[in-house]
Design a protein around this ligand. Structure first.
Ligand code: SAM
Length: 212
């Protein structure tokens, strides 16, 4: 699967995408992550990507034209099959959840637009993006951390990305887990997990489980 991230801060991603599971997934060629500097799609010498809001008000708005050019250029570059989507990060978007991550993991390509400042000219949501996505009910300074979250949550659903050490949780969901020691300062592991009764353990985990 290919992720294309459009941003004015391309260096933000370096450390996160070059560690651990996401790094391995790229080395195994299960995942490809391309970071695109939006300033490369500007036409003026200052590489301007934002302007004042119509109607007045504080802050600056990211302009539609460089984003339009960036997305168009990416769409022209060939990816094997064309199961792709363009998403725009926005606090007013649809809430990102595990179901959405699963849906995205079936795509060949996800193009992500990271906003900054006061946000993005509404025409991007209306005419360019397929979906507007929020990662939660709070306002961040930019769409870059949401992009990392989406890449992380989607990548780990791609077959082969998780190794043996990480894959169990995907099968069973988020139930409480423990490891040695059995008793730490009087804080004990639930007896059921020490019982050896796998049927009962499964039932207990189902009852306590969250995502699956
Ligand atoms: N004025 C905007 C508003 O109140 O909706 C906030 C803009 S925010 C400071 C700048 C950018 O950060 C947004 O364009 C978006 O790309 C990103 N962003 C902020 N909060 C987000 C969230 N909860 N989910 C996804 N993206 C978010």
């Amino acid at each position: 699967m290919q992720f294309d991230i459009i941003t004015i801060f391309p260096h933000i991603f370096n450390s996160y995408f070059n560690e651990s599971i996401i790094k391995r997934a790229q080395q195994k060629k299960l995942v490809k992550i391309n970071i695109h500097n939006l300033r490369d799609y500007t036409t003026d010498k200052h590489k301007t990507t934002d302007d004042k809001p119509y109607g007045g008000g504080p802050g600056m708005v990211m302009m539609v034209e460089p984003i339009f050019k960036a997305v168009n250029a990416l769409k022209k570059s060939k990816v094997k099959s064309q199961k792709s989507k363009v998403i725009l990060f926005s606090p007013k978007g649809k809430k990102f959840d595990q179901k959405m991550a699963k849906r995205f993991s079936k795509l060949d390509r996800l193009i992500m637009i990271c906003g900054r400042y006061e946000g993005v000219d509404e025409r991007v949501a209306k005419y360019i993006a397929d979906e507007e996505i929020s990662i939660g009910d709070y306002i961040l300074t930019g769409g870059e951390s949401p992009a990392m979250i989406v890449v992380d949550a989607v990548s780990r659903l791609i077959p082969g990305v998780l190794g043996k050490k990480e894959s169990l949780e995907e099968v069973k969901g988020s139930y409480p887990i423990y490891t040695r020691p059995e008793n730490f300062k009087g804080w004990r592991v639930p007896k059921i997990l020490l019982s050896g009764n796998h049927k009962k353990i499964e039932e207990w985990r189902d009852k306590k489980g969250g995502l699956s």
